[in-house]
Design a protein around this ligand. Sequence first.
Ligand code: SAH
Length: 243
Amino acid sequence: MILNYSHSNIKFEKNTVIIAGAGPGSKKLVTLKLKLILKLADIIIYDALVNKNILKDCKEKALLIYAGKTKKNSCTQSEINHLMVKYANLGKRVLRLKGGDVSFFSRASQEVQFLKENKIKFKVFTAITSSQASVSETNRLFFNKKRTCNFFTGHKKINSSSKEVDYSNISKNKGKIFIYMGISQIEEVSRNLQKNQISPDEKVSIVKNASLKNQKIYITNLKECTSFIKKNKITSPAILIIR
Ligand code: SAH
């Protein structure tokens, strides 16, 4: 079957915000939906982890606004929220573009809430998350026998209302573990996993820049992963995969 995905069956109306995921980085992993709306957006407010090459496909007159939360050039969540509302109220088609998928450890829910409060029409477009792009034969691609999968973030402030990670449950359920934003918190994460009876010899795969040309996969184990990361100077963005 050939998917007939033309401009005619995707609507991006004026005064509307679309919050979309740009995928883990590779242009080939961008969704068809995003490809289409990139050509229609007037304003694109994009995060630090969005591959800039993806933005090359936007329309010529689109205004690109960098909204990364990096140390060098930091944009607050409140500024992002207000930018979306401001441009939507000016009659623009606003694309809020986030790294990976919008549902995985992004502040999309806060943005949705703000848009609702300000009576702005919006849509949310899903995408491929970085942990999906990180799974390969090196870190045991086939995990269908395990009935559980755990995703958590090492970053505590990602959602101020979130509870602490339930390490004992993760240990008991024996499912594969994917950790987002774990590099800077690795010492605490690895200590907690071991304290909860996950073997110090358990394999840890670290996938840096998943899906991109400079992707690197490192293999270590739980007891050595903190020193391994320091020794190899591994920095974010990376996904840790355990089991
Ligand atoms: N919404 C995003 C996650 C945002 S949190 C998603 O669905 O992927 C940011 C974290 O995502 C990073 O610290 C890192 O752990 C992970 N990440 C994002 N892009 C990545 C990539 N290309 N390779 C490895 N990890 C990535």
